[in-house]
Ligand binder design. Structure first.
Ligand code: HPA
Ligand code: ZN
Length: 315
């Protein structure tokens, strides 16, 4: 079954480039940049990948991103991810990057962006993988900081297709960024947002009505609100669901409790994605495989999920 799932043509629509930083590359970049790490070795670091919630993960994810310093580092990170895509027949990617994680450490915006876009262009030419890049704002930071980031991004406007919203969800509702998203949309950018991962269905309503998003990232808590479910179905709003992420961050206690196949059968346009594969134990095929192993996903359902990912592309 693994090989069959791996061979399905797929798009990945919910992937944080910083979350694809494998421990081996993290150690290699630390050495290259002469950065001391608090972990003795790769194995030791992997042992730290046990999380009770989103925030525990984010603390380690931001710490890990500190080894990314040069344009070459961002290139190597992105290129390693694209190689994985090639191996799993992911033919189109719409990855996120978090500029504030880097600019707040003094790394120039252009250094981050140039490394990523160079690799994406090489991926298109050499691997045949098409792409659209999404600039994601950190929601635990202020509206003002997001405006500042958007301003820094505007000279590179053509490098992006959309803006996104990630990081600590609880206490940071989409409404906090209504004006920033309006500005981004006025520049012709599309919008997506993480909502309904740990946050309530109300945050999904806000993402749709205030941020005017084209897709919801995660969105699994929509199942708690029948009116919202009906809207997602009626308007065929895609959800970029990340099964391994949801179980690693205890959004569901167990994969057998995951609601993705129920939503699929109800007519919601759900897709399968890896979120932060280096931290959550697998890339897209492993996420599909988990649904087969724990939920008895059929081949027909897998084909439907893969087709949804291709249909939900923004680029
Ligand atoms: N949720 C919110 N922020 C994130 C995530 C996530 O799953 N991954 C990386 N940043
Ligand atoms: Zn995410």
């Amino acid at each position: 079954m693994y090989n069959w799932l791996n061979a399905l043509p797929k798009a990945e629509l919910h992937l944080h480039l910083e979350g694809s930083l494998e421990p081996e590359l993290l150690f290699a970049l630390a050495e290259r940049n002469r950065i001391a790490l608090p972990w003795d070795d790769v194995e030791n670091l992997r042992k730290a990948y046990a999380f009770n919630n989103l925030q525990e993960f984010l603390d380690l994810y931001y710490q890990g991103a500190d080894v990314l310093r040069t344009e070459q580092d961002f290139y190597d990170l992105t290129w390693a991810y694209l190689q994985k895509c090639k191996a799993q027949n992911v033919i189109h990617v719409e990855p996120f990057f978090d500029p504030q994680t880097h600019t707040d450490r003094g790394i120039p915006f252009a250094v981050v962006l140039n490394g990523i876009t160079q690799a994406l262009q090489d991926g298109q030419r050499q691997l045949g993988i098409s792409h659209g890049l999404i600039l994601s704002f950190l929601r635990h930071l202020s509206e003002e900081a997001a405006f500042d980031t958007l301003e820094q991004a505007m000279p590179f406007r053509d490098s992006f297709i959309a803006v996104g919203l990630d990081s600590s969800e609880l206490g940071h509702p989409p409404s906090k960024f209504e004006r920033v998203f309006a500005k981004a949309r006025s520049e012709g950018l599309l919008a997506v947002a993480h909502a309904g991962e740990e946050g309530p269905p109300e945050y999904i309503w806000q993402a749709l009505d205030l941020l005017k998003v084209s897709r919801i990232d995660h969105g699994v808590r929509a199942a708690e609100d029948p009116r919202l479910m009906q809207r997602l179905i009626d308007e065929q709003i895609p959800l970029t669901v990340c099964p391994l992420s949801n179980t690693k961050l205890c959004v569901f206690d167990d994969m057998r409790q995951h609601n993705i196949l129920q939503m699929l059968e109800q007519g919601v346009k759900v897709t399968v994605n890896s979120d932060d594969p280096a931290y959550f134990g697998g890339y897209v095929t492993e996420n599909f495989m988990a649904l087969y192993d724990s939920l008895g996903m059929t081949r027909e359902q897998a084909q439907h999920l893969a087709q949804n990912s291709l249909d939900a592309r923004l680029a």
